[in-house]
Design a protein around this ligand. Structure first.
Ligand code: ATP
Ligand code: BTN
Length: 243
């Protein structure tokens, strides 16, 4: 990788660690940890992060286009991670909109992008990724959806090699996104979309919407077909599930 990589043993959250140091960082700087005491997902949810058996990685990136571009960018991260895992031997990994990785219809990895920066200014992003490698059923925590790890699928990928390759390819993918936008990534997403043309439901707060998933549009919004009509959905409050 171009940046510095800090290897930590125990930390609250690798995202939090970089956020606290954000003014000292340059694009591509990263950290990994063995264990997170307070690993987090979206909207205050928890990311189960036992010692030694998974990958917890965060990388800093300054996005000159500003916070509005972050939505497309988070799809790019999922695409790049999925392509890296496929190349290293996990051929069946797929993306789930907006930014989870799935294997055998279960959650393998999560991505959390946190950012600071005002509209009109550059955005300062911390990109966090957790990938389950060999995690066993958590003793105290409950994961309230189907999940999987690579070992269960018979896949053995060296964690150091995975970390380094991810950091390199994420930097390359983010630079491509900065220069060309989301357009070159749309066909790549289509290739990797776990739920393309399948019946899904969207959970939006208390509301549930059912339809057929039809991929993403040029902005990265999710396309859902209902009664022959295609509607687009955008934003962070939506969770997609298979039916
Ligand atoms: P979305 O589908 O929109 O991503 P989500 O319900 O998956 O929503 P997130 O905030 O993205 O919510 O992810 C946190 C959720 O991921 C937790 O609520 C839990 O269900 C699940 N989870 C937590 N730790 C792990 C883990 N190590 N592996 C797989 N799933 C996990
Ligand atoms: C999600 O699916 O909600 C995203 C989970 C993101 C987990 C990773 S693990 C490394 C980084 N540090 C955190 O606290 N969260 C992210």
């Amino acid at each position: 990788p171009q940046g510095r990589v800090e290897v930590l043993s125990v930390i609250d959250s690798t995202n939090q660690y970089l956020l606290e140091r954000i003014t000292e960082l340059q694009s591509g700087d990263a950290c990994v940890a063995e264990y997170q005491q307070a690993g987090r997902g979206r909207r205050g949810r928890k990311w189960v992060s036992p010692f030694g058996t998974n990958l917890y990685l965060s990388m800093y990136w300054k996005l000159d286009q500003g916070p509005a571009a972050a939505m497309g960018l988070s799809l790019v991260i999922g695409i790049v991670m999925t392509e890296v895992l496929q190349r290293l031997g996990a051929a069946d990994v797929r993306v789930k909109w907006p930014n989870d990785l799935y294997l055998k219809d279960r959650k393998l990895a999560g991505i959390l992008v946190e950012l600071t920066g005002k509209t009109g200014d550059a955005a300062h992003l911390v990109i966090g990724a957790g990938i389950n490698l060999r995690m066993r059923e958590p003793a105290t925590d409950v994961i309230n959806q189907g999940w999987i790890n690579l070992q269960e699928a018979g896949i053995d990928i060296d964690r150091n090699e995975l970390s380094i390759t991810l950091l390199q390819e994420l930097s390359a993918g983010l630079r491509e996104f900065e220069q060309q936008g989301l357009t070159p990534f749309i066909p790549r997403w289509r290739n990797l979309d776990n739920f393309l043309d399948r019946p899904v439901k969207l959970l939006i707060g208390e509301k549930e919407i059912q339809g057929i998933e039809r991929g993403i549009d040029q902005q990265g919004a999710l396309l859902l077909e209902q009664d022959g009509e295609i509607k687009s959905f955008i934003g962070g409050e939506i969770s997609l599930r298979g039916q």
